[in-house]
Structures are given as structure tokens and as C-alpha cells.
Design a protein. Structure first.
Lengths: 403, 156
């Protein structure tokens, strides 16, 4: 297992090297490869203003510009069965991400079996984590239904745990008259050796390190009637061990997070209805008295309707709810035990948004959120718990360009 | 204080527009594809081994999932621009997929490293020329525009 994980952690680097080599050759390689080298990218800049609390930077009664996504990717189909792809991403998100450039994915996709009824294969390297309907392209605003994804399921705060993982994924697809069925199973290590990952889990930054075990990730996806219906089930298990640092008050404890997600979408020609329901089992054990053991089952869901009322215009309405602990939805038991605000254990977000595609490559968006609770806010942006407010509103604007 | 009022006003406006849109959604019936459009056909490189393709396979090919013909020749997919009427008609009547959904499926693959976009051509003439001269090529034109140099693929 150890050898495999060492191997798995090397592969993204290899894939990246191959990727940069290809990009360096760019124009000539494009000709050599018969035009099968493709380069694409995107850049998005958001503005965030909140009436209280900070989200994606210092937004409380000010305008935060600390929400920016820049990505560039290259893919090269060597032969019909093998594709190399890599993406570099800079993701700036308030106090949780400084925008430093990272390899978002870097992989070799080997389509080992293919017939007119289906295909199957293996992807190896740094892979985007299959997690609900939107996670694999979560940072590409053109593929999102709104400026921010529903935070109850796609937390900005804990994105490191689910954004991508180093490992391998088996996939199989079946194309039938009744629809297509896709199954994927991945084993990978998420990126947890970052401040953001630690703060997201501990709400502080202890000196030790989080060591991930290989996380299994299963997704089944059914797409019927030419993608009119899309139904998915995702099961992921994250298991992180803590290695205490020097003079650490915490002991060698363990986090286990097991989210299960049920997703459904109906797409008509001009409107869509989407809903996802997640149940998240979390357990914290053996950290000692300064970070007591706990076992909770969290619950998240949203229902979203979007409607294209003119060729380049779309509106969206969504209700999104997050509860850190199903048995303590109001957070009162938590508040009594910790003296932290009860409302930090849930968030209910009504969102209304509008999208204008100026051209296929250039998009403008505006979005209004009315939120009760602070459950998805990041501690980095809100260091003073006493300054948090239960009810808050947020206005977001975003411009995005892609090629 | 003024700023708060402005935000609340914008919020109210956005919500009003969204509610109006939602009510339209709920009132309007599910839009069915009209059949008054010209009939479109899938075309392939003349030496392609296949004469007929299952609709599900054709969807997988234009969805950029299936990369090979049964004889192991790589598939090369040509499409018109998303807003070209013939693209919309082909998507809706032959593939039976809304063009917007096809675009979303391509985007999901390209930006996760799992696939590539099809090659876009500017006109039916260019489509015919490229499909006629590219081994493994597949595309579409109006039935009335088919020439001797391409093979029409029947949908099973």
C-alpha cells in the first residue's frame, strides 16, 4: 500500500512534466500531433459585499476583491486510447486561499476498452474528485449554475479535502437506448498539508501535520433521454491521521469524514431543476482533552431552478441548507457546551442570480444571498466569533472569460 | 445606511425577477421540439466501415466519449457553431440532446482533463470538405446538401 501511494504521489509530477514539455513545444507539437494538442483556460474576478460577516475576504460593509480564479489546461491525445491532460490553477478566496499556482489536475487517461455500447479505462495521476454533480469542474464558473456553488455541499472552506486527489480511478460507461450509465471508483490522497485544510478541521492552526490515507471515492451516474435526467450517487470516505508537531497540545488523533450524496437534475430546453442531498458522518477521535472526541452526522441539501428567459440570459433561484449536526440542528446543545454561537452550526441560504452571456467566451453574473446562520463561513475571514451575526445578506458580481 | 438600502433594493429586484422567471417556468409546458425544421443527417468519411449507428452510440460519439470506430480508426468529430440553426436541429432531432446540454457535457470533460472539444467548422461546405477528406471523420449536414464524397450514416 505504501509503495503504491508513493507511486501515486509521483505520477502527477510525471504527468505535469509531460504536460509542460508538450506546452513548451506548443505550436510545432500541435502540428506533429495532428492538431490533437488543445489548450484552454479561464479567468474570473468576483466582487463580494456583505451586510455582516466576511465571505471570500473582508466583505463586511466593504467590497472584497479576493475572489479570483485563473486556470490554464492542456490536453494531448497521443493515440485514440490515451490522453494526457494537466491544468494549472490559481484560486484566490479570501483568507482560505492566497491564489498561489497549483497543479489542479495532471493525469493520463487510458481508455483500455471501447465498443459501440460502452467504454472502460483507467486514469492515473492527480485527479479531480467525483463529488456530486459539479465538483470535477468546481472552479470553472462557466460550468457552475451560480457565482458560488451551494455551500452546504461544495464548501469553499474545506475545498482542499475534495478538490482533487493523487491516485487512480477506474471508470466504465455503458451507452444504451434507455440512457447512459457511468461508474467510477477512485483511490487517492487529498491535499491536506495546508493551513486551510487544518483550519477547516480544527478551527485553529496546530503545529502538526494531517496525513491522509488513500480515500475511496465511488460515483454512479445515470443520464437518460439525452441528459434530460441526470441522477447520481456519490460515496467518499476521508480518513486523516494527525502527526503532532513540537510542543503540540494535540495528540495523534484521527478524523473520519464520510459524505454520501444523492443528486438529481431535470433539464428541459430552457429550464433546469437540480437538487442534491448529502449526509455527512464525521468522527473526531484521540486528540486528547484540548480537542474532544465527537461523532456527528451532518446534513446538507439544496433545490435550485434556473430558467433561460432570452437567448443570452438566465435566472436562478435556490434554497440551500446546511446543518453540522442533524441531532442538534438549531446548534443549541453545541452553544451550551462550547459558548460558541448556536447559529454557527447551520446556514440557510436563499439565492437569486442572473447570468448574461455577452459572447460564448465572456460572461457576467450578479447574485443575491439572504442567509440565516454562519455554518459555511471560514474562520480565517472571521477570526472574532463575537463579531458574527445570525442574519446577513450578500451581493456578488462576477465577470468571467474563457478560451 | 444608504448602502444597505441600495443592497436591499437590488436584492428585492433580483428576487422579484427570479420569482417572475420561476412562475413562467411553472406555467409554461415542457417545450417540445418542432418538426418543421429541415431534416439533418449524420455523415462520415466515405471509407468508414459503418453504415448504421445506434442513437446511443451517436450520442456518445458527439458527446466526445467514444473515440474509436469498431475497426479501431480514431473518430474525428466536426460540428458547427453552437448557435448555428443546423447544429441545434441536428442535436435536437437526430441526437435528441439539447445543444446546451451537449456544450455542458463537453465543458465538464475538457475542464477535468477527461476529454476534448470537437472541431468546429464555419459552414456546411467546410463540413462536407473536412468530412470527405479526414479518415474517421463524422459530422452532419442537411439531407439536401449531401454529396457523393461523404457517406450518410443511418440511425438505428
Amino acid at each position: 500500500m505504501y509503495v503504491f501511494s508513493r507511486f501515486a504521489s509521483l505520477l502527477p509530477r510525471i504527468a505535469l512534466l509531460a504536460g509542460s514539455f508538450i506546452s513548451a513545444l506548443s505550436a510545432s507539437a500541435a502540428d506533429l500531433a495532428g492538431g490533437d494538442l488543445k489548450v484552454h483556460g479561464f479567468i474570473s474576478q468576483g466582487l463580494v459585499h456583505t451586510t455582516d460577516n466576511n465571505f471570500l475576504g473582508q466583505s463586511d460593509d466593504q467590497i472584497s476583491r479576493d475572489f479570483r480564479e485563473i486556470g490554464i489546461n492542456a490536453s494531448w491525445r497521443l493515440v485514440p486510447d490515451i490522453q494526457l491532460s494537466a491544468e494549472l490553477l490559481s484560486h484566490r478566496a479570501g483568507g482560505t486561499d492566497d491564489g498561489s499556482v497549483r497543479v489542479d489536475y495532471g493525469l493520463v487517461d487510458w481508455n483500455a476498452f471501447s465498443s459501440e455500447n460502452g467504454r472502460a479505462g483507467l486514469r492515473v495521476g492527480r485527479l479531480k474528485t467525483a463529488y456530486g454533480l459539479y465538483n470535477k469542474t468546481r472552479d470553472v464558473t462557466f460550468t457552475r449554475p451560480s457565482i458560488i456553488l451551494p455551500q452546504s455541499i461544495y464548501f469553499e472552506r474545506t475545498r482542499n479535502l475534495t478538490v482533487s486527489a493523487d491516485g487512480a480511478e477506474l471508470y466504465a460507461e455503458r451507452y444504451g437506448e434507455a440512457g447512459s450509465l457511468t461508474a467510477s471508483f477512485a483511490l487517492g490522497k487529498p491535499k491536506t498539508k495546508t493551513e486551510a485544510a487544518k483550519v477547516a478541521l480544527f478551527l485553529s492552526s496546530p503545529p502538526g501535520e494531517l496525513e491522509p490515507r488513500l480515500a475511496p471515492d465511488l460515483q454512479l451516474l445515470y443520464e437518460g433521454a439525452g441528459n434530460r435526467y441526470r441522477l447520481a450517487f456519490t460515496a467518499l470516505q476521508l480518513d486523516l491521521s494527525y502527526r503532532p508537531g513540537a510542543a503540540d497540545r494535540l495528540r495523534a488523533g484521527r478524523f473520519r469524514l464520510t459524505p454520501l450524496i444523492f443528486s438529481g437534475q431535470y433539464n428541459a430546453e430552457r429550464w433546469s431543476l437540480t437538487g442534491e442531498y448529502a449526509i455527512r458522518r464525521t468522527s473526531v477521535s484521540n486528540f486528547g482533552p484540548y480537542f474532544p472526541d465527537s461523532h456527528a452526522v451532518g446534513q446538507s441539501y439544496y433545490l435550485q431552478a434556473s430558467y433561460q428567459f432570452a437567448p443570452q440570459w438566465e435566472v436562478l433561484l435556490r434554497y440551500d441548507a446546511f446543518y453540522a449536526d442533524m441531532r442538534d440542528r438549531s446548534g443549541k446543545a453545541f452553544a451550551a457546551a462550547t459558548r460558541q454561537p448556536a447559529f454557527s452550526r447551520f446556514a440557510r441560504d436563499w439565492t437569486a442570480g442572473i447570468r448574461f452571456d455577452v459572447t460564448p467566451e465572456f460572461m457576467l453574473r450578479a447574485e443575491y444571498h439572504h442567509v440565516t446562520g454562519t455554518g459555511f463561513l471560514a474562520a480565517q475571514d472571521n477570526p472574532d466569533v463575537r463579531a458574527l451575526r445570525r442574519q446577513w445578506d450578500m451581493l456578488m458580481l462576477l465577470a468571467s472569460f474563457r478560451f | 445606511m444608504d448602502e444597505h438600502l441600495a443592497i436591499k433594493f437590488v436584492g428585492f429586484l433580483v428576487r422579484a425577477v427570479a420569482l417572475y422567471a420561476l412562475s413562467l417556468v411553472l406555467l409554461s409546458a415542457n417545450g417540445k421540439a418542432q418538426s418543421a425544421e429541415p431534416s439533418m443527417v449524420a455523415i462520415a468519411f466515405p471509407a468508414t466501415s459503418e453504415e448504421a449507428v445506434a442513437r446511443a452510440s451517436l450520442r456518445a460519439i458527439f458527446g466526445m466519449l467514444l473515440q474509436k470506430w469498431p475497426g479501431d480508426t480514431p473518430v474525428k468529430v466536426f460540428v458547427l457553431r453552437d448557435d448555428a440553426p443546423d447544429h441545434a436541429t441536428f442535436s435536437k432531432t437526430v441526437l435528441q440532446v439539447f445543444p446546451h446540454q451537449l456544450r455542458m457535457a463537453w465543458d465538464r470533460q475538457v475542464f477535468s482533463g477527461q476529454g476534448q472539444y470537437p472541431e468546429q467548422v464555419g459552414s456546411a461546405q467546410e463540413m462536407l470538405a473536412r468530412v470527405a477528406t479526414t479518415p474517421g471523420a463524422i459530422g452532419y449536414v442537411k439531407a439536401s446538401e449531401v454529396t457523393q464524397n461523404v457517406r450518410v450514416l443511418k440511425v438505428r
